[in-house]
Design a protein around this ligand. Sequence first.
Ligand SMILES: [Zn+2]
Length: 64
Amino acid sequence: MLDKELLDILVCPKCKGDLDYDTEKNTLSCYACMLRYRVDEDDIPIMLIDEAEKIEENEKKDQS
Ligand SMILES: [Zn+2]
């Protein structure tokens, strides 16, 4: 689990926008770029576009 302080300063490396932290999957998602960044076992977010996983349109999180 990432610290709130760290989450506050983390932005998408591509668009510099806010990230959506999934505490269950331990991933950081940018829905503007449709990219998902993983967090490794030591709670280090891998903020690399090359390492990011593409988010499929049908798994876009319901914002309601
Ligand atoms: Zn982005």
